[in-house]
Design a protein around this ligand. Sequence first.
Ligand code: GDP
Length: 197
Amino acid sequence: MKIKSAEFVVSNSDVSKCPKTRLPEYAFIGRSNVGKSSLINMLTGRKSLAKTSGKPGKTQLINHFLINKNWHLVDLPGYGYARVSKSSKKVFQKFITQYFSLREQLITAFVLVDIRHEPQPIDLEFMQWLGENGIPFSIIFTKADKLKPKAIENHIEAYKAILLETWEDMPNYFITSSSKSIGKDTVLDYIEQLNGN
Ligand code: GDP
């Protein structure tokens, strides 16, 4: 899919105030500093559509962007900013869980995971929660430029081993690097395919 237009629509922390249109939407979420803003900017080809920041936990709102006038890209707040995550209830703010529970337009969520780290409890808990609530999701591994191919493979295998303990299938996953522009077309083509264009 070619991105012809990308416009900011609205930011809020109340799911009832999200755009009322029935356009399909795709949500991007992950731990603070995972590289979400950089990924959104890479996908849309806009340098600063999403605000990148060295300061984790800065974006605390649900941000809607209208892409090609026919779907919404949703930038959700980074979770797990608390250094020690006590429980998923505390770190996944209520409005995030409300967003996922109430937003019927949501086609799929992309859960971003930094490829450099072993599977982290907070990410696994979040995927578990999505799965239990019947919310479709894919995994986007970020910062792939930081690891050699073999290490990338090992980390993905580690995720597979854990996820397949609970679920029958491994979710779709994508390997990306915003610095090296890796994975852009694959993610956009996947969205296009789900949009039925
Ligand atoms: P966010 O908090 O999840 O929105 O993360 P940002 O997009 O602001 O990125 C956090 C930090 O990771 C910044 O210092 C980025 O430069 C860096 N970063 C983001 N994506 C990549 C990537 O693909 N490769 C590398 N090497 N660094 C990245």
